[in-house]
Design a protein around this ligand. Structure first.
Ligand code: F6R
Length: 634
């Protein structure tokens, strides 16, 4: 895209998946390394750590192993390192770089430079200056790789960093420590300080590529299109003359060309596009939809739409009705009445509904209000817990339960020898457990059992009977580690079997692709693939089956996408909250919080209240909270 024709002030390349983007960057790097080799020159790379560049390093290793890419002429400088940290600590960036790249290629160890988390504090300034001069002596950085923090940091240059900053010791923002705590046993173990190249150091690189995947859309848009400000350090990259953002489609979502395409080109005005444009304008102007005027349309880049449709009043009504028709207290359809624009069919009644819950608590967290309404309105509701969720139970929690099990056997006078043995073994294993060490099979099973009991209690709290509760234990999840397997044949076969047994008229799935470890994504793929095969096989019942997507704990549908919004009264909000509380292993201290320190019930409530408020701002009735769904036409 030509920058002059766009709101983007940095060149952006968008790829379908992070892997595609990483391969492109690896190819660019490899081309530069080879070009320098052919001229007998050194190639100086600036490298980043974090989750973003992992696929890039994997591809570079592949190029080395399978396509003879040599790193003999490569000199590297890493952006940053925690402080203090021992070099060979599993969490040091020194270890990260060796694990993902240096141990697998033919780079000369003398050419590797990483700020050292063991430098004595009083001498850090001297070492940082030396780091800068070493970069200069190497001829400056030819190709700098960056990731981006959700607060806009590059390297560890947090908001407020000066454009003139150089390599230095700095304090990490708490949002950065929370985000990075995914790699540590808990937040308190994440160092508070780090050594990082400065913004000045980074901007001196001859070529810069910043990669961003997934839920970074908002900060990517701010960096690329917003004003240059030290509050968004990555926005300084607008001043560099050879910087490219390589991002995936999800990270591109907030760029104007996708979010408000009518502002950058002439478009075809579909109903969905009209809804998006008008809703966004209404929210921006803080004016209810029915109060928007011709002047508002003209002043907000929607003159084209006005010309096409005639006047604001008609467009306002059209969008208002679309929003009004998405709200219903009858998620399974309203029996005995035909409401033309109702999001669901009134027949058949009652419906058989199947809620797929990736983890054992997504059903209640993400659609608890709807779950309860479906049950209370007499539908035949089934819930299928797709994975065991066992890795999210803490060691302390499992020990407490094993202790209970042994104590219970003593209490009722049965032989507790075996339980006590298991408890003692678990305690000694946990005491010496290394970071990232897999739990023993028995500990894993008990962790799964704890979550299963919580899920069962929640489903019963909603009113389901045993035969309506299904535990699938999809095999792709059972690695015992954060990294899961891709979708496998067994996952699909188990899902097909369940769907055929239940033959639902409504299926609910987590359509949220941004959970931190990718479990939701695989769970959704499994359902999609199962439905695809069932369709191909010509299963008749499928013709009458609608698929609704909810978002998981981490985000909500954009208000303009929602096709069914289920309102909740304050009482229903409270009832849902108590349902979430049943998942005690996930309360108070959750092992994998991502960058959000709120508990799950708080996230759910804030999200549902926010949706209700958005509807109210748009001029519709104000409810206490709302859950939101998008229909998937498979
Ligand atoms: C890492 C670094 C950071 C990360 C950023 C994004 O060396 O300097 O700026 O690039 O925090 O982290 P991930 O990739 O984990 O989202």
């Amino acid at each position: 895209m030509n920058l002059a024709d766009s709101f983007e002030k940095i060149s952006v390349k968008i790829f379908a998946t992070p892997s595609d983007g990483a391969i492109e960057v690896a190819n660019q790097m490899a081309a530069l390394i080879k070009d320098k080799q052919s001229k007998n020159e050194q190639c100086v790379l600036g490298l980043a750590t974090g989750s973003t560049p992992i696929k890039l390093y994997a591809e570079l290793v592949r190029l080395h192993k399978e396509e003879n890419l040599s790193f003999k002429n490569v000199i590297t400088f890493n952006l940053d390192e925690y402080y203090p940290i021992e070099k060979d600590s599993i969490n040091s960036y020194w270890s990260f770089m060796h694990q993902h790249l240096f141990n697998h290629v033919d780079i000369d160890p003398a050419n590797i430079h990483i700020p050292n988390g063991e430098w004595p504090k009083e001498e850090i300034r001297k070492y940082c200056e030396k780091y800068e001069t070493t970069i200069e002596k190497a001829g400056g950085i030819d190709f700098q790789i960056l990731g981006i923090g959700n607060n806009g940091h590059i390297g560890f240059n947090e908001p407020g960093s000066s454009i003139l900053s150089k390599t230095r010791l700095l304090v990490l923002e708490s949002s950065t420590r929370i985000a990075n705590s995914r790699d540590f046993a808990n937040l308190s173990k994440v160092p508070k300080l780090a050594i990082s190249m400065g913004l000045n150091t980074i901007l001196k690189a001859k070529k810069i590529v910043l990669m961003a995947w997934g839920n970074k859309a908002s900060i990517v848009a701010k960096s690329v299109e917003g004003k240059i400000t030290d509050q968004v350090p990555a926005s300084f990259l607008q001043q560099h003359d050879d910087c490219t953002f390589v991002i995936d489609e999800m990270a591109a979502n907030d760029l104007t060309r996708f979010k408000s395409p009518w502002l950058s080109s002439s478009i075809e005005w579909t109903d969905a596009m009209i809804k998006r444009a008008v809703v966004n304008m209404s929210l921006k102007l803080q004016k209810p939809i029915l109060s928007l005027s011709d002047v508002d349309y003209n002043e907000n880049g929607l003159g084209d739409l006005l010309v096409e449709k005639g006047d604001a009043y008609e467009i306002n009504l059209q969008v208002y009705y679309m929003l009004r028709d998405s709200i219903t207290g009858w998620p399974g359809g309203k029996p005995n009445v035909i409401i033309e624009k109702h999001p669901e069919r009134s027949t058949p009644y009652p419906k058989t509904c199947l809620i797929f819950s990736p983890h054992p608590d997504d059903d209640i967290i993400s659609m608890g209000g709807t779950f309860m309404r479906l049950q209370d309105q007499g539908h035949n509701v089934h819930v299928a817990y797709q994975t065991s969720g066992n890795i999210a139970v803490t060691d302390e929690f499992v020990t407490r339960f094993l202790d209970f099990a042994a104590g219970f056997e003593d209490l009722i006078g049965t032989d507790a020898t075996e339980s006590k043995k298991i408890l003692a073994e678990a305690q000694s294993f946990i005491a010496d457990k290394k970071k990232n060490e897999l739990d023993t099979p028995i500990i894993r099973s008990v962790k799964g059992l704890i979550r299963r009991c919580e899920a069962k209690a929640t489903a019963k709290y909603v009113g389901l009977k045993d035969e309506q509760i299904h535990f699938m234990n999809l095999p792709f999840y059972e690695t015992g580690a954060i990294q899961k397997k891709p979708m496998g044949e067994d996952d699909v076969l188990l899902t097909i079997e369940l769907l055929r047994k239940i033959k639902p008229q409504q299926v609910y799935c987590a359509g949220d692709l941004a959970d931190p470890h990718g479990t939701h994504k695989v769970c959704l793929e499994v359902v999609f693939e199962s439905l695809r095969r069932l369709k191909e096989a010509g299963d008749e019942w499928l013709k009458d089956c609608w698929l609704w997507l909810y978002k998981g704990a981490w985000q909500e549908w954009d208000i303009t996408e929602i096709e069914m919004a289920i309102p909740m009264s304050p009482d229903q909000v409270r009832k849902k909250r108590y349902g979430i509380f049943i998942h005690q292993s996930q309360k108070d201290s959750v092992p994998f919080q991502g960058s959000d320190s709120r508990e799950f019930w708080q996230r759910a409530e804030e999200r549902n209240t926010n949706t209700a408020q958005l509807y109210a701002h748009l001029g519709l009735t104000q409810y206490a909270a709302m859950e939101a769904f998008v229909r998937w036409h498979y």
